[in-house]
Structure formats: C-alpha cells, structure tokens
Design a protein around this ligand. Structure first.
Ligand code: ARG
Length: 578
C-alpha cells in the first residue's frame, strides 16, 4: 500500500490540478512533508509559495484555493500558516482506518517499488590472509541491514562479498609456506586462520629483508598468474582457510553473503583496459596507463591519475573495480549498486564511478551508484579499536565476549536458566549490531560493552524488552487475537493512542527515507521512538478489561508486528519472553 505521505501527495496534487487546470503535470505535483513540530499538525503541504509565482496570485489565496478543491476527507483541521503553508491534522477516524489497514498488509504500510529493480549490495569484503579488522565487521553489519531493507521492500537483491583474494601478496605467502609449511599447502595438514596470519606476517618480514626471497616471491606471482597448477592449488588452500574463519563470523552474526572476490574479475582485466584505451580515456604517464578525471586533483592542485595498468604491466585495485562495475551493469543488470567500506576509500570509489560514467558504461539518471563510507570504530582510548592481543582472528572474541557479558547480566537479573543461552546470544549480538547501526554511519563510534548492553536508552535491549512487554500484554488477556483481527475495529481516541497510531503508520515512510539516504540510524531512531510512544500509550490507556480493549489490543498487535519487522531489518532477532 502507499505510504501516508504518498496518498496525501496524490490528494493534494489532484486538488492543485482542479484549482489550477492551466498547470502542467510536473508543476501541479504537490510538495508534502511531515510536520517537524507536533503542535503544527501531522503533515504540511508547501506548494502554495512555489505555485503563486506561476499563477501570479498571492500564496495564501493559492493555499485557500487548494483547500477548497480537496475532495478527500482525511483532515480534522487544515490551517494556512505563515506565507502559505498548509498544516494538516489528520482526523482520528481516518488514522484509525489507516492503522487498521496495516494489519492486513504484509508490507506493513511500506510501498513496493513501481518496478522490480535489481540492487547489488557489496559489503564485508575482507582480504584473504591479511588483516580482518573491525571495519570489516562494521561493513558486514551495515551492509546486511541495507540488504535486508531492500529485500523487505521487494527489490531483487544481490549480496556480494568482494573479498581480496588476489594480488602480489600471494606470491610471498606461497613461497614462505612452501618452505615452512609444505604439508599445509599440499592439503595434508589442516590449520587455522590464526596460523595463516602468522605465516603472512612472517612472510612479509622476510620479503622486506631478504632480496633473494623477494625474487622467488615475484617469480611465484608470475607462476600463479599464468595458472601453474601447484601455485593455483596452494592459492585455493589458503583461500579456504580464510574462508572458514570468515564464515564463523558470518554464522555468529547470522549474515548471508555470496562470495565473488577480486579473482573473479581476472579474465576481464585485459579487455577492460583495452576498452578504456579504445575510448580514448587512457593517458600514459611514467609508463603507467592512467585515467585523468575532471574535478580530481591532488593536494598541490595537480591532476590526480587513476592508474589502471602499472608500468610493469600489472593490474591493480582500480582495474578490478572498473571490471567489476562493468560486469555488474552489463551482466548483472543492476539498477542500483551500493558499496560499503571505510570512508578512507571514498576517493577511490568516486573516481571509479566517474570513469565508468565517462566511458559511457552507465547513465547516472537510470542507474544509481553509491559509496557508503563508514567511520572508524574506536576503543576506549579514542584510537582505532584493536582486540586485546592485537591479533586479528581474535575479532571473533569481540563478538563472543558480548554474548558472555549478556549472559552474566541476565544471570544477575535472575533470568530463566533454560532459555539463557539463546537469550544471551540474541542480546549480545543484537547489542553489537544495534550500537553500530544507531550511530550515523559516517561518524566514528566508540565501542563500549557497558553502553551497548544497557537496559535503558536507545539500545537493543530496551527495544527487545519493549517487544517482550507488548507480547506480555497480548498474552495476559484472554482475547482471541485471530478473531479480533477478523471482527474488531481500531478506534483511536486518546492523544497517546493517536500519536502511537500515526507513528506506526509512518513505518513505510521511514523505510523509504532509509532506502534513499542509506542511513540505518533512521530506523533505529524510529524504533526507539516507537517504544517510547508505546510506553506512553500503555501508561495513559488501560488495555485489559477496558471498554476499548479490542481496539487497543489491535493497536498492540500492530505495534508488535512493526517493532519485530523493524528489528528484523536491522538484523536483530527477537524473543517472546525475557
Ligand atoms: N578488500 C577491501 C578492503 O579490505 C575492500 C573491498 C571493497 N570493495 C571494492 N569493490 N573495492 O579494504
């Protein structure tokens, strides 16, 4: 179903066209927004000022004419304010019907896209054998949430893990492991990600210190690139070890993702550069093939090159991203592509997008491409968060520690022991995710178990608890919810009831905004407000045994469904009791 904003837009646009038939379709489209201040009303139409210039009339008269021409009766009050704003207060009857409709809508008041669009969400993307850092976890949590959002909104979503599984580092790692861990490379001896990263560090050290080793490593890269079977086999084994380590984290976070690493694009790198040359975009600079783009300059103002082939003939990160972008548009037929990485890669992505546009690979008015840049995760010392040992596989400990701490808190609170494990996991993982999602994504955020596991304030536990409470209310009455859903009607009367109903009906608008701005904190803010509005309603309005019991139980049902769905989009699980 349409969002309230969309239906009001429709009603006002129609009124504008009736009042001023001389306007074109585009001119007559109404501009609506939620009222920022509750005292003014629920929505406002801001078109009168703009239209007054076209129809050459006083804006207040224009506003008056629009109100006259309205044929839909949704308002209790429409006021003309200031120069010609139209402030609309919806009538309780209209709102009651709107909230009732939510109960039979699987999308809970969100509007599906006019046509099924393909959205690629690329997230997580750690590097094989290299450091996996908290930033990758942040990308995983936020990427999963955005993918869930688009899935809920009925888009065709492709979740991609662009792992770093190719590059010169493999030459040095394979060379080192051939000499120090041959049985691992032949597949005879199983090992862990932890040990792999140890070899990586050791290999790097020798590589930097021993020129002979460096030479051997470079030869190994060439062998790998030409597909020598033993090198390929070693490479696959190394990737598998890393993959298992990554999967452990994805399982704990309950995240699905499809792997399509950098190596996938190897076969297309050569033709990608050739095509860019054919298009005349490539300039030779110091032997390297470069693309220069308007508006991209270095610190001294000199033009900044994007290198697509190094002077030694090798391809790089940018070449792979150009090939990947081309593939996603030409083969995957994406209508929208979203890349989620740390904000430090912003320049790289903006150059890739610009170069692809210049190459004519996509039309920005049809395909939307975004880089979603993430701020850092900081430790208590205000520096980039590192796990205690500084070692990276221990990232998984960061997650399990949240679960352990949640378990302790629950035990102290006397939680039901039979359910403790599941609850600790839901709360611990939920707390980590929520802390991440509720911070504006481009800001740095400080990781603190104490803060994220608080029971009060804008936290996961507060929302999970609100959900449990609503379910408790439903359980306590003897009413049969199935029957109520068939037979009872919602009638909103008390101001707290109206405020809750309106907020519930705005779930769709919130998701719409989130899809536009790609900000998960829009949804966390919305859900936090929902919990607060619910608490106010429950404080002010008796449910059980009241005259309005049936209507109020239906309102509880709508609140429970939206809260659960909202948490699900954030990637949080819910429980029925705590
Ligand atoms: N592997 C990269 C890193 O760890 C992130 C990949 C981002 N995606 C891309 N298409 N370049 O920094």
């Amino acid at each position: 179903m349409q969002t309230l904003l969309q239906s009001l837009e429709g009603a006002f646009s129609q009124a504008i066209r009736t009042a001023f038939p001389e306007l074109s379709e585009a001119e007559g489209k109404a501009d609506l927004a939620q009222c920022q201040q509750e005292g003014f009303g629920h929505y406002q139409c801001n078109s009168a000022m703009r239209l007054s210039k076209i129809v050459k009339k006083n804006p207040r008269d224009v506003a008056q004419a629009i109100v006259h021409a309205l044929t839909v009766h949704f308002a209790e009050k429409i006021e003309i304010a200031g120069p010609g704003f139209l402030n609309v207060t919806l009538s309780p009857d209209f709102l009651s019907q709107e909230v009732q409709k939510l109960l039979s809508d699987p999308l809970l008041g969100a509007a599906p896209p006019p046509k099924k669009e393909k959205v690629i969400v690329e997230f997580s993307s750690p590097n094989i054998a290299k450091e996996l850092h908290v930033g990758h976890i942040r990308s995983t949590i936020i990427g999963d949430c955005l993918a869930r959002l688009f899935e809920f909104l009925c888009y065709d979503v492709l979740r991609l893990n662009h792992i770093g599984d190719w590059g010169t580092q493999f030459g040095m790692l394979i060379t080192y492991m051939k000499e120090h861990a041959p049985d691992v490379l032949s597949g005879k001896e199983p090992t862990s990600l932890d040990r792999l990263m140890g070899w990586y560090r050791a290999a790097k050290k020798v590589f930097d210190e021993d020129p002979e080793f460096k030479k051997r490593s470079q030869l190994e890269v060439v062998r790998l690139q030409s597909g020598a079977s033993d090198a390929m086999h070693a490479w696959k084994i190394i990737c598998d070890i890393s993959r298992k380590g990554f999967q452990e984290i994805y399982d704990l976070l309950n995240v699905r993702i499809e792997e399509r690493g950098e190596s996938f694009y190897n076969p297309f790198l050569k033709e990608t550069v050739e095509e860019l040359e054919r298009l005349g975009l490539v300039v030779l600079s110091d032997g390297a093939k470069c693309i220069f783009l308007d508006g991209f300059t270095g610190q001294g103002g000199q033009p900044l090159p994007m290198i697509v082939q190094k002077s030694d003939g090798g391809y790089n990160y940018a070449t792979t991203d150009m090939a990947a972008l081309h593939y996603r548009i030409a083969v995957d037929k994406a209508d929208r592509i979203i890349y989620i990485t740390d904000i430090g890669q912003q320049l790289h992505f903006h150059m890739v997008f610009k170069a692809a546009e210049k190459a004519g690979w996509y039309d920005p008015s049809r395909v939307r491409i975004d880089h979603v840049g993430l701020g850092l995760v900081l430790g208590a010392d205000g520096k980039k968060l590192k796990t205690r040992s500084g070692e990276t596989e221990k990232l998984i400990d960061l997650l399990t520690e949240a679960v352990d701490r949640a378990r302790t808190i629950l035990e102290e609170r006397g939680s039901d022991p039979s359910n403790l494990e599941q609850l600790a996991r839901v709360i611990g993982i939920g707390a980590i995710k929520y802390a991440d999602l509720s911070t504006h994504r481009s800001k740095d955020y400080t990781f603190s178990y104490d803060r994220m596991l608080r029971f009060e304030g804008n936290t996961a536990v507060f929302l999970l608890y609100a959900y449990v409470r609503i379910n408790g209310i439903k359980r306590k009455t003897s009413a049969d919810m199935e029957r109520l859903l068939q037979e009872a009607t919602i009638s909103l009367q008390h101001p707290s009831e109206i405020a809750l109903g309106l907020h519930l009906r705005r779930f769709g608008e919130t998701l719409e905004l989130m899809a536009k701005e790609l900000l998960p904190n829009r949804l966390t803010d919305y859900l936090y407000e929902l919990a607060e509005k619910f608490n106010a309603f429950f404080r002010d309005c008796r449910v059980e045994g009241s005259l309005e019991e049936a209507s109020r139980l239906l309102l509880c049902e709508a609140a429970a469904r939206i809260l659960k769905q909202g948490l699900e989009i954030l990637g949080l699980q819910t429980v029925d009791r705590m």
